[in-house]
Design a protein. Structure first.
Lengths: 129, 195
């Protein structure tokens, strides 16, 4: 909130409900930032798996070195293909879920913004700096 | 919304795991007269509270980072144990390339085995059967995830208190500015009325 008083010098009453709305907005904002990071890394993982799948098709080795934990195990090609397909599906699904969550939170934040701006007008700043 | 949303004017939670809650002020004037503080002292008190909250937040964020690094490690270990278990019946050896030193890899031939060794930390490594290892790792994973959840809830509570404190500081400041303006206007009005 602005440190200076509003131009008319009138004191805005802040009710507990307003405070709770502000708190919820703050929480949602933090969650959106976290989600953005998660979405970014999930997208990267999806792309990497896609690339790995393509490389696999081009390669003609029978044994592929597939990373499990910290080591590269020698795994037959078909198993690796299946594994990569599974991982791709799982990652894409979780990416979808994350994006849905983000969308719903952004909607909630827009609604809260409306309520808070209606009450506080210039005395409150809810934008990203 | 969450377990810490109260319905009354004050928070039902006076503190959470050692973090004191920031009391919501209904009316600035009442608060200042009840506490006997002048605006500057009240502002100083709340600023200090804010600093303390920040310190705790740093600590919690560091703990969160540690846990977030630990969880993928445990998951990787579980994956390896699962792979070994799945090969148990077949009798085939597992060939694996592992890093000996940076950029240098060597090949290991892992025979069909019933047991794995787990590094427990503090220079201690214990041998377990695959099932026991799996159970232990799963347990550790559950605990880490549960701790992370509690930590995230703590951070949310903390952030709420920071927000409440920041709003309180702004309101006390605005009230003070408003009071000074009123005091400035009143003498002028009296002077105008007199003349």
């Amino acid at each position: 909130m602005q440190q200076q008083g509003s131009k008319s010098g009138s004191e805005m009453e802040v009710t507990w409900e307003d405070q709770q709305n502000i708190n919820i907005f703050s929480r949602l904002n933090n969650r959106v930032h976290d989600l953005d990071d998660d979405i970014k890394s999930a997208k990267e993982k999806c792309e990497n798996l896609e690339d790995a799948g393509n490389e696999l098709i081009l390669a003609d080795e029978e044994m592929v070195r597939f990373q499990i934990g910290e080591v590269f195990a020698h795994v037959p090609r078909d198993d690796v293909e299946t594994k990569i397909e599974e991982m791709k599906e799982a990652t894409c699904k979780s990416l979808e879920k994350l994006e849905q969550e983000k969308e719903s939170i952004v909607t909630q934040m827009a609604a809260l913004k409306k309520v808070l701006y209606a009450k506080f007008k210039d005395s409150i700043n809810l934008e990203e700096d | 919304m969450s377990s810490s949303s109260p319905s009354g004017s004050g928070s039902d939670l006076t503190e959470r795991r050692g973090i004191p809650a920031a009391k919501f002020i209904q009316d600035v004037e009442t608060y200042l007269s009840q506490s006997g503080l002048d605006p500057n002292s009240a502002l100083a008190f709340h600023q200090e509270r804010l600093q303390q909250y920040k310190v705790v937040e740093m600590k919690l964020l560091a703990q969160q980072r540690d846990l977030q690094a630990k969880i993928p490690d445990i998951e990787k270990c579980l994956e390896v144990v699962a792979t070994l278990e799945s090969r148990k019946g077949t009798g085939e050896a597992l060939l694996a390339d592992f890093e000996v030193s940076e950029g240098i890899y060597s090949r290991a031939c892992i025979e069909d085995t019933d047991s794995v060794c787990l590094w427990l930390g503090a220079n201690v490594m214990l041998e377990y059967s695959c099932e026991e290892a799996s159970a232990l790792l799963k347990n550790n994973l559950e605990n880490a995830k549960a701790s992370l959840e509690v930590l995230v809830a703590d951070l949310q509570f903390l952030r709420d208190q920071v927000t409440v404190t920041q709003v309180t500081i702004a309101r006390v400041y605005n009230w003070d500015v408003h009071q000074r303006r009123v005091k400035q206007v009143t003498p002028t009005a009296i002077a105008a009325a007199d003349s």
